[in-house]
Design a binder for this molecule. Structure first.
Ligand code: ASP
Length: 328
């Protein structure tokens, strides 16, 4: 009997004996792979690693990070849809991969609502407009004037078409009335290196990624695009305070499994996620980075599904109005 037949025979025997192949009791049977659809060192990666470490303790198995970057996070998301739906492969998707991508990618290889089993919202995150240290502007109005005057030469770094750093700057550009050139990276971790180095001019990125650099003084921050100042960077004004009240955008990270993952296993992963988010050390680390914990109703699989549906409806007209497409 070859290996495949042996495996089939064991599975048949197990089924005949009434033993389900994967249950909440036997899960996880081995390390769980968490796909991060962006490069290491960026905000999705940083949040994913903090949560994975705490989930490992709760699950009794290591949650291993696998960075599968490319195409604004859609490459890693497509990878998840091909994984075994047994809970051993999960992913951190976000506003880009599971909402904005729908309007941006005419040939998106997955349906963000039907090809995944939502586990729960992980966090929300404010977007900050940041620039290289020597960009000749010291506040948001001066930045807007600089961008209008330098529209043809300005470089906007982002994490690929459809990433949140791309879509949230699209929104900013639409408000200011410019269409500058953009430079895609495999994540805003590597993009941040070039911003610090001065090779690119500015970025709209999550506070998790920008807070350490702003504190270190290696880049400058013009405004946070949310109603209140962010606890991690209390000196940075809100966009309302800085004179651009229409620029309001908060993004999110969500934990997903492939569709078809059994409900008890999704529930077990949700329990581990909630335990991670309740962990004092995780809360301190996320708060220090300026990440906000999800509302209770969004920390559930059903809550997340409804939220993603609303987010697709919210982002689709924004993308259409900006007139951009990834055309893949
Ligand atoms: N900040 C990236 C984005 O724009 C994601 C990342 O690099 O983690 O979507």
């Amino acid at each position: 009997m070859n290996r495949r037949h042996l495996v089939t025979a064991i599975a048949a025997t197990a089924l005949a004996a009434g033993i389900a192949p994967a249950t909440a009791q036997t899960f996880p049977a081995r390390p769980v792979v968490m796909i991060i659809p962006f490069a290491a060192g960026g905000p999705t990666d940083v949040v994913g690693r903090i949560v994975a470490e705490a989930m490992s303790k709760n699950l009794g198995q290591t949650v291993v990070i696998e960075n599968v970057a490319g195409a604004g996070g859609t490459t890693g998301s497509t990878r998840l849809t091909g994984a075994q739906p047994d809970g051993h492969t999960i992913m951190i998707g976000h506003t880009g991969t599971n909402a904005a991508s729908v309007a941006l990618y005419p040939n998106l290889r997955y349906n963000p609502l039907t090809d995944f089993a939502p586990i729960g919202l992980v966090n929300t995150n404010a977007i900050l407009l940041v620039a290289k240290k020597d960009l000749p502007a010291s506040n948001l109005s001066e930045f807007a004037a600089w961008l209008k005057a330098n529209e043809r030469s300005a470089n906007n770094a982002h994490a690929g078409i459809g990433s949140v750093s791309h879509t949230t700057c699209l929104l900013l550009h639409a408000i200011i009335g410019v269409k500058p050139q953009s430079v895609p990276y495999r994540g805003t971790g590597p993009a941040m290196n070039d911003l610090v180095g001065g090779q690119v001019d500015y970025m709209c990125d999550q506070v998790v990624n920008v807070a350490p650099q702003v504190r270190a003084g290696t880049i400058k921050a013009f405004a946070v695009a949310q109603a209140n100042r962010n606890g991690a960077l209390p000196d940075v004004p809100t966009t309302t305070e800085a004179g651009l009240p229409n620029y309001q955008v908060v993004v999110w990270n969500a934990m997903l499994a492939p569709k078809g993952t059994p409900a008890p296993i999704v529930a077990r992963l949700n329990e581990a996620l909630r335990a991670a988010l309740a962990d004092a050390n995780v809360r301190t680390r996320l708060a220090d980075l300026g990440a906000d914990l999800p509302a209770e109703n969004l920390a559930t699989p059903d809550g997340l599904r409804a939220f993603m549906e609303a987010e697709i409806a919210k982002w689709t007209p924004v993308i259409r109005a900006a007139g951009v497409t990834a055309g893949n």
